[in-house]
Design a protein around this ligand. Structure first.
Ligand code: NAD
Length: 794
């Protein structure tokens, strides 16, 4: 049987239910969202003459959730249009609709009795073979399935999403002893390939993996904070980016999660464990007091922190009053900040005996030991635990990777000197002569598991550039980019300059990559595994040359960039661009001429040059325009001016898509371009796309002239901009930039509808770019962006 989830239902439309439904809509699965029926009418409903029998009232909880999805930040939907994929209903009138649903996800209140009753009803309506899962944070999955039929239990498991479901990578999948292996396998693949998640198989134990260890770590941190007298702000200043964990560090994260939820999650473990562990999970009284005061964090406006007059204050746990937030200062912090390498950072910190070092050691060591104690009980192996902590909490390293970083031998010695008990299997590992939990051999990673090293399983869909480089696949490299052989006749051009900004080095490598591909390979992928695909051209370099009046040199660079883009476009072999994250300015310009774009679902793409007083200079104006007009079928008359207007608006307003889905709405992506839900699969998908194009007889596009709106179109484009300047919405300089942009998009002073050569449009673009770069106000904008990181309006 080939399983295929075509339609889903989410039961419960609260924070998680609505978020899961939104994510299902994002991946194109029509979803039913059901919640309870209200028992009373509001005054407003009574005034409207509504009764408890009206659908508007009966569906209002789920319908209200849909409305919230459209306003929520960060946006749960990749484009607002996706909300139409979700149908709101209720748990009394609409259960019969479960008969044609392939996956039913339960996300109602965290209460075993409520969940059990609901599953009893679900069983009456669901179709045989459909999958049912619970999003519980920690209730036993097996207990929930008690009383259900064997067929139900075979199709039942836990699918634990993290909040918010669109953005957090982790999906814990929890089978019971009755879950059919085929259902488990399918949900793992579905979670990875379709939902784009990092799936970890967890055992059916209290709070599963990430929340069990995460909550323990947090409670240990709180214990240590009260013992050492540090404040929440001081703790956050050393438990975030310093150790490559999210900016929200410890207490800001707790405020976002909500103290009420946290206490609930901690109590769940407290009730099910014994001894020392129970003592740790006993939430301290001051936290219960905070909860009783309603100081539960972001939801109520105050928690460990609160904002007053734009100043962040922290809660003083002794006086229970808010004071100005503090940051911890210590020599070890300064030394660690100088170190790039995370391993060196960790060692500097945890083996230092100043305040910061001692604190970090005291909170890290117990988490390492606890993770080792639970290996086997909550997850099969250390890899699952590390992945869960990285994907669920945004840590750069999981506990066992941290343990390797601080060194097994010295850390065990320090732990034992302090009276901590190191689990026997970890001691055995170190006495066996092994020096780490993980080891690398020939570019492969191995992990320690039951007395031996085993290869870390890696999906064939994950291409690891670091590994490929270590294995000697780099064909050529300069300071900005490398050309890497990724196998099967495909090469990959990786940008690796600071921020992946485009300079002469990258332009040189693009030309080289295209030349090599044409001679020796089947196709070229342009992609990387940095923080962002590319944030544009090297602005500092351009500004420096502009301030030195080296316009001739800038002209040469811009010409070089434009020509390189033309080489991408007319390469005789397919070039596939693989953008992800920020893909701005020059980054977007590199993608537009490619034969195919394979974008990560989370791609933020835009031609944002106007923000720094410029217009795109690498052919972006032309390519975006061509993308618009080539959407039209041959011979079908269409509105050339409307296409020019749309491109003008997109570039003038520096519109940036908030997802790949939205990038389609501005034609940065076309229908034929691909979207990879799983960012880890992006390069593999791009490689497959290049191979597919090659194998289906790819030919470079024929050179075509481009019809433009010319002089009359130019005047039309400027109408709106002029009105905006007159009414004070945009500055005179904005208008000057808009005029130059309009001239380029219109194709200059030619008659409406005239067909012009691409090179002519590139020349117009270059001239406009160079004239703007010489403008003092544009230079001020660039300077401001470089220094302050945000646009200047002048
Ligand atoms: P929530 O309170 O936002 O939503 C719960 C929903 O359940 C509400 O829409 C409510 O109307 C509905 N409900 C209440 N009583 C009900 C009943 N008797 N029968 C059916 N539905 C009822 O909660 P949430 O945060 O969305 O959590 C939902 C589930 O997801 C819980 O099991 C929770 O443990 C789990 N979870 C939560 C998070 C999180 O961060 N909030 C993360 C992962 C998992």
């Amino acid at each position: 049987m080939i399983r295929h989830i075509q339609k889903a239902a989410v039961l419960g439309s609260g924070v998680m239910g609505a978020g899961i439904a939104a994510h299902l809509a994002n991946v194109g699965i029509p979803t039913l969202l059901l919640d309870i029926v209200p028992r009373e009418l509001t005054e407003e409903e009574k005034a409207k003459g509504l009764t408890l029998n009206d659908a508007e009232v009966r569906n209002k909880i789920a319908a209200g959730a849909l409305k919230r999805l459209l306003k929520q930040k960060p946006a749960p939907l990749t484009t607002k249009k996706n909300v139409s994929m979700i149908t709101a209903g209720n748990l009394e009138d609409d259960l019969d609709q479960l008969t044609d649903v392939d996956w039913i996800v339960e996300a109602v209140v965290e209460n075993l009795a409520v969940k059990k009753q609901l599953f009893e009803k679900v069983e009456k309506y669901r179709k045989p073979g459909s999958i049912i899962s619970s999003n519980t944070s920690g209730i036993s999955i097996e207990a929930m399935a008690e009383g259900r039929s064997e067929e139900f239990r075979r199709h039942f498991l836990g699918t634990h999403f993290f909040n918010p479901p669109r953005y957090l990578k982790l999906l814990e999948v929890i089978p019971t002893k009755d879950t059919s292996p085929d259902v488990l396998d399918y949900m793992k693949t579905f979670g990875e390939d379709i939902l784009g998640k990092g799936v970890v198989i967890a055992k059916d134990t209290p709070n599963f993996i990430a929340n069990r260890i995460g909550t323990y770590g947090l409670l240990k941190t709180i214990q240590e904070m009260t013992a050492s007298g540090l404040s929440a702000g001081e703790v956050d200043s050393i438990t975030g980016p310093l150790i490559r964990r999210p900016k929200s560090a410890t207490f800001r994260t707790l405020d976002v999660v909500g103290l009420d939820t946290f206490i609930h999650v901690a109590n769940n473990v407290y009730e099910q464990v014994e001894g020392e562990e129970k003592r740790v999970f006993d939430v301290p009284d001051f936290m219960k007091k905070m909860r009783d005061n309603g100081w539960i964090g972001a939801k109520s406006g105050q928690g460990f922190f609160k904002k007053e007059d734009k100043i962040i204050l922290e809660l003083n746990l002794e006086t229970m009053e808010y004071n100005e937030r503090k940051k911890l200062k210590a020599a070890s912090i300064e030394r660690a900040k100088q170190q790039k390498d995370l391993e060196a950072k960790w060692k500097t910190l945890v083996y230092s005996d100043d305040k910061a070092g001692t604190f970090l050691w005291n909170i890290i060591a117990p988490v390492l030991i606890y993770s080792a104690q639970l290996t086997g009980e909550i997850a099969d192996n250390i890899v699952a635990i590390d992945q869960a902590m990285k994907w669920g909490f945004g840590w750069e390293q999981g506990p066992f990777e941290v343990w390797d970083a601080i060194g097994l031998e010295p850390s065990i010695q320090k732990m034992e000197e302090e009276g901590l008990t190191v689990p026997a299997w970890v001691k055995e590992l170190s006495t066996n002569g092994c020096t780490s939990f993980y080891k690398e051999e020939n570019g492969e990673t191995y992990f320690y598991h039951r007395h031996e090293y085993k290869k870390v399983p890696v999906s064939e869909k994950v291409l690891d550039l670091k590994k490929l480089k270590k294995q000697g696949n780099v064909l050529k490299k300069n300071s900005g980019a490398s050309l890497i052989d990724i196998g099967d006749g495909i090469v990959l051009l990786e940008f690796h300059s600071p921020n992946n900004a485009i300079g002469i080095d990258i332009i040189t490598m693009i030309n080289y990559a295209v030349e090599e591909t044409e001679k020796e390979y089947k196709g070229l992928v342009i992609g990387n595994q940095g923080k962002n695909f590319c944030v544009g051209a090297n602005l500092a370099l351009i500004l420096m040359e502009a301030q030195d009046d080296n316009l001739w040199e800038i002209d040469m660079v811009v010409k070089g960039f434009q020509q390189a883009m033309m080489r991408i476009k007319y390469c005789t072999k397919p070039v596939v661009a693989a953008p992800f994250g920020m893909t701005l300015g020059g980054g977007a310009e590199v993608c537009l001429p490619a034969a195919h774009i394979q974008a990560s679902a989370e791609t933020y793409m835009g031609l944002v040059e106007t923000g720094v007083g410029l217009i795109p200079g690498g052919g972006g104006n032309k390519e975006l325009y061509v993308r618009h007009i080539e959407q039209m079928a041959n011979g079908v008359p269409f509105d050339l001016q409307a296409a020019a207007n749309k491109v003008f608006e997109t570039i003038a307003l520096a519109k940036t898509s908030t997802s790949a889905d939205e990038a389609r709405e501005n034609n940065f992506l076309l229908e034929a371009d691909g979207i990879s839900m799983n960012s880890d699969h992006l390069l593999y998908d791009a490689k497959q796309a290049a191979l597919h194009l090659y194998e289906s007889g790819y030919r470079a596009p024929k050179r075509k002239k481009v019809p433009v709106v010319g002089e009359t179109g130019y005047a039309a484009l400027l109408l709106g901009a002029r009105a905006m300047m007159k009414s004070g919405f945009i500055s005179e300089h904005d208008f000057k930039i808009a005029s130059k942009l309009a001239y380029v998009i219109a194709g200059g002073g030619v008659p409406f509808g005239m067909e012009v050569e691409e090179e002519y449009l590139l020349r117009l673009e270059r001239e406009a770019f160079l004239s703007l770069i010489a403008e003092p106000k544009s230079q001020q904008r660039m300077q401001h962006m470089l220094v302050k990181g945000k646009p200047l309006r002048n």
